[in-house]
Design a protein around this ligand. Structure first.
Ligand SMILES: NC(=O)c1ccc[n+]([C@@H]2O[C@H](COP(=O)([O-])OP(=O)(O)OC[C@H]3O[C@@H](n4cnc5c(N)ncnc54)[C@H](OP(=O)(O)O)[C@@H]3O)[C@@H](O)[C@H]2O)c1
Length: 240
């Protein structure tokens, strides 16, 4: 019997750290989703997919699983998208950011819950959120809106599970500021498109960024211990 993990965005950053750590344990099986990835392990299977294409997401079906001990979906993939003020943004890139960060995870939650609702096992959904869901950063319109939307969607899943319990636990986890490509992208913005850039440069210079491995460990702890947190939304705080 295996613990199954479906994780989007396994090619880099936090998703990669989660995948490495989970596949170190032979009773875990990870199914990863991203456009690129060179990662081979016997307990890892990769689906090359562009989540900015709604057709790709609509066509995906979660598999039948008959040897699971638990099943977890981690909606981790996201992009900052084009950083600029609204009115200057490309419509296409705006749409693509919302598709990856909000539409894809919402559809995957729906498909996941439809597929596994009658199976009686520990079933967990982790949507990776962000402090940006509550902080209106200039230049980050699509990113902030998508993370706020995903957080609300997570709250609604939780509320519905209180009414019609089909056994799903859901958390929306903000990982803190993590040393990944996304932070590189933030620091490479020009400050006339994002007035808070200095804050992120400073955090990096002061070595305040969390390591993806430390954050991944904490997320795995939360998944494996249902009593670890008792709120839907949670922000990871590590000692730095
Ligand atoms: N880093 C931070 O400080 C921070 C802070 C708050 C929240 N977060 C959240 O943490 C999560 C992980 O971010 P990260 O920092 O690890 O970012 P990252 O290193 O940039 O990784 C992003 C992942 O998303 C995947 N992805 C992007 N566009 C995709 C697409 N069109 N189709 C399929 N996959 C796509 C990428 O894979 P491919 O490019 O191979 O497709 C990659 O694996 C995100 O939800 C992010 O919003 C991060």
């Amino acid at each position: 019997m295996l613990d199954y993990y479906f994780i989007t965005g396994t090619s880099s950053g936090l998703g990669y750290a989660l995948t490495k750590q989970l596949t170190n344990i032979k009773n875990n099986f990870v199914i990863g989703f991203a456009r690129h990835l060179e990662f081979e392990r016997s307990n890892y299977s990769h689906k090359h997919i562009d989540l900015s294409s709604v057709v790709n997401v609509l066509n995906y079906d979660f598999p039948n699983i008959n040897n699971a001990k638990s099943i977890t979906l981690i909606n981790n993939a996201a992009v900052l998208g084009e950083i600029d003020y609204i009115g200057n943004l490309s419509d296409d890139r705006l749409a693509s950011t919302l598709l990856v960060n909000l539409v894809a995870p919402i559809i995957l939650c729906n498909k996941f819950m439809r597929k596994y609702k009658t199976i009686e096992l520990p079933k967990t959904i982790i949507n990776i959120g962000s402090g940006a869901s509550k902080s209106p950063y200039d230049g980050w319109g699509a990113y902030c809106a998508s993370k706020a939307g995903l957080e609300m969607f997570s709250d609604i899943i939780h509320k519905e599970q209180e009414i019609v319990d089909t056994g799903f636990r859901i958390h929306n986890i903000a990982p803190g500021v993590v040393d990944t490509k996304m932070q590189d992208d933030i620091r490479n913005t020009s400050s006339n498109k994002f007035s808070r850039m200095d804050k992120f440069v400073e955090l990096k210079e002061q070595n305040k960024l969390y390591s993806p491995d430390d954050v991944a460990l904490e997320i795995i702890r939360i998944i494996q211990d249902p009593s670890a947190i008792d709120t839907v939304s949670h922000r990871i705080e590590l000692i730095k």
